[in-house]
Design a protein around this ligand. Sequence first.
Ligand code: FAD
Ligand code: DHB
Length: 395
Amino acid sequence: MHTQVGIIGAGPAGLLLGHLLSLKGIDSVIVENRSRDYVIERVRAGVLEQGTVDLLIQMGVGERLQREGLRHQGLYISFAGQRHHIDLADLTGGKAITVYGQNEVVKDLIDARAATGRALHFEVGHVVVHDMESNRPKITFERDGREEQVTCDFIAGCDGFHGICRPSIPEHAIKFYEREHPFGWLGILAEAAPSSEELVYTCHQRGFALFSMRSPKITRLYFQVPPEEDIDNWSDGAIWDEMLKRMSTRDGWKPNIGPVVQKGVTPMRSFVAEPMRYGRLFLAGDSAHIVPPTGAKGLNLAATDVMVLASGLAEYYTRNSTRVLDDYSEICLRRVWKAQRFSWWMTQTLHRFPGETEFDYRRQLADLDYLTGSRAAMTSLAENYVGLPLDVALA
Ligand code: FAD
Ligand code: DHB
């Protein structure tokens, strides 16, 4: 079998790329090692930047997003028992974010893929990439107990942080920049109506906490825990106790409590692979970079990567030009590093670090006091949070 672009991974990056290519008349085969249900049910990101929303609508997969997505024009930063509003739309000339679960985006994209009739294989095994340096790279994998191979013009490594594409690149051809963080996030989904219409990011003496949501009936909450925390150490009652301690404000605001329907702990990491390309293999999304979730950037970065990649591939097929493909890594990395910077800044502004003193905490509160009292500081947060523009014009 031959295809123009072999895509490994059916997360947001792989599915978005497949659909963008399909719209440009470029063929692809997507292989995914998990099941369809697993991919759809995996609870992860929830915040879409304005540019990601615009892209999904332009691609014709924004119908349910526009109906069910919750557009937020602002957010709250909470500390010392008080919430402070940041008006994202006012500070950015009308931009906003939309809360719509990553799993919903994935579901919409799988439906769109099915409607094109193009190949999307779930539950494949032993995926291996070959001959990336040649003009005919190849993917081999196992499907229904049989060995299959697909030759490609290009391969897109959209297989996330634990995928096989990045480790297939020879050591001398790639460099990694990495930072582990001394905490993770314990996250829950609860059947409780959100008690705030907008997200609340809290810095509390006991540590960071985040109030978010998925729908008018489902609340999504997180708090900072040690990185190796075992979720089994936390009963639902203990989780609610901790959430309420950290989130409740002096005006009486607190999250509504309800049955916990999903819970887990996610470690936190910052990681960048450079360059995001080896021969005819292009890395996109979490396979190339990870940001701590505080800035809500991961999924949005994946979307920008594949937008650039799809544009480069279209230019190759329509004009026989490799101009954008040649610059792919550089174009993406410039934005990736700015997202790293922002995510790191949000993380250190809102989390408590082990070994901090009372002095450090007072300084942190002063930082937050400055942030929420200065239009310049709030504007900086807002323009990063709604999403920075791509610095280049794409065809
Ligand atoms: P993935 O979603 O990881 O998809 C990769 C796919 O490849 C997976 O389906 C995987 O099964 C598959 N795969 C792996 N190995 C192979 C293989 N060998 N063969 C075939 N397939 C393979 N981002 C935001 O923008 N906003 C947020 O609010 C946000 N919150 C987050 C909260 C949490 C708790 C977590 C964990 C993440 C959050 N993120 C957020 C990050 C976001 O979820 C990721 O950045 C996003 O999933 C990246 O998409 P991706 O397609 O690159 O990778
Ligand atoms: C959500 C996740 C984030 O990482 C974030 O910064 C904001 C919201 C969420 O899952 O809703």
